[in-house]
Design a protein around this ligand. Structure first.
Ligand SMILES: [Zn+2]
Length: 231
């Protein structure tokens, strides 16, 4: 195999290495915590806090209602057991009972309102919980897929590196240096010859350049300096 052929093979392997390395970087950057999972987890936590707060409010409303009922019962006993005879005192007592009952009605309305809100909050928590479970499942699945892909890419890269070393071992180190320098300067070191033209710079080659290329010698394009390869 001619040295140009070997250089072209080397370039093919180098390009494959680059595209696999790019894929590896992309996949590696996708590993880790998902923003969406974090967002939904935070939302669930604040929904739980809201629900706890509503339950506290409901409990405290119920305690107040119980407390008012006890007071009303005590006062009504006094009102009806006949021991208080003074009409003014009885009227005052009745007024107090009415006030407490009005307060209890208010508290009962409030307790119902809180109960409605609690039901809504519970539904919200249930929805967000299942949403989180779904997202975590998807995320877990995606991470597993990424881990498998990354392992495969690493294996491919290791094979390519072996292949690269084998090709390199057969090429004169000075030519390898030329190849590396051209690659660094122009991105690609070897250009195909297509219809008498260098594919690297799209400029036609002279008749003698073409003859040398056909003869299998290492020829550099007179315009761009790339090593010419005839497939
Ligand atoms: Zn050229």
């Amino acid at each position: 195999m001619s040295v140009v052929n070997q250089l072209y093979q080397l370039q093919e392997v180098d390009m494959e290495v680059e595209s696999n390395e790019q894929a590896l970087r992309r996949k590696t950057s996708q590993l880790g915590e998902s923003q969406e999972v974090v967002r939904v987890r935070t939302e669930l936590s604040s929904q739980h806090q809201r629900l706890d707060e509503l339950k506290r409010q409901q409990l405290s409303a119920e305690w107040e209602i119980d407390d008012l009922t006890t007071k009303i019962t005590t006062l009504e006993q006094k009102l009806y057991d006949g021991r208080i005879k003074n009409p003014k005192e009885l009227a005052n007592l009745q007024h107090e009972v009415d006030g407490l009952k009005a307060r209890r009605d208010q508290m009962e309305d409030k307790a119902l309102e809180i109960m409605d809100q609690t039901e809504l909050a519970e539904a919200g928590v249930a929805n967000t919980s299942s949403e989180l479970k779904r997202l975590e499942g998807e995320w877990h699945h995606q991470q597993q897929g990424l881990t498998i892909d990354i392992e495969q890419l690493k294996a491919v890269l290791s094979d390519l590196e072996q292949k690269r070393q084998l090709i390199l071992a057969r090429i004169d180190p000075q030519i390898v240096s030329l190849y590396q320098e051209l690659k660094r300067q122009k991105g690609t070191a070897v250009a195909k010859v297509d219809q008498g033209m260098c594919r690297g710079c799209r400029i036609s080659l002279s008749t003698s350049e073409l003859q040398w290329v056909r003869g299998g010698s290492l020829v550099r394009c007179g315009s761009c300096g790339r090593i010419l390869f005839l497939a």
